[in-house]
Design a protein around this ligand. Sequence first.
Ligand code: GAR
Length: 192
Amino acid sequence: KTPIAILISGRGSNMLALMEACARPDFPAKIVLVLSNKADAAGLDTARKAGIKTLCIPHKDYGKGREAHERAIDEAVRASGAELICLAGYMRVLTPWLVQQWQGRMINIHPSLLPAFPGLHTHEAALKAGAKEHGCTIHLVTDGVDEGPILAQARVPVLPHDDADALAARVLEQEHRLYPETLKHFITQRHT
Ligand code: GAR
């Protein structure tokens, strides 16, 4: 199994979907580290309770030193033996330095059909734009925020009476399915 690290900032429901997938004997990845930039991220508890190694490296401890923060993250991930990084609701924009270190080996999930609606508040933006379809994207991380090569997307309809929460829930269900599936394909293709 390929060792992976997951970076989170909050709830960790995508992390949990990856945890459940990794628990299956035929899944090609194992989680060696869950790392958060926020001490109160609920996902840290979820991972810890499942016996997964967790670490919190608060960006607040580094003030304006974005790269110093990321050097600490990079060091921790390398020490864990991880070969891939999965961003799962990691809510900080990465510096080109960290992106470069993990080029081709760092994956992100984003809650929109990129290139539509990069950045934050994607469900509100989709509703406001009158989008008929919405969804989520798994992509490789490059310097441009939410711009890397797309690995997979899942689509959902936008329904007439949707609010942002209803739409987010419909998308999230697809995220939980798409992330493990795409990671599996990505790893399998890498090794063939
Ligand atoms: C997910 O919807 C994920 O796609 C999004 O944050 C949520 C995290 O939920 N990520 C981004 O917006 C990245 N910029 P989770 O912590 O329950 O997985």
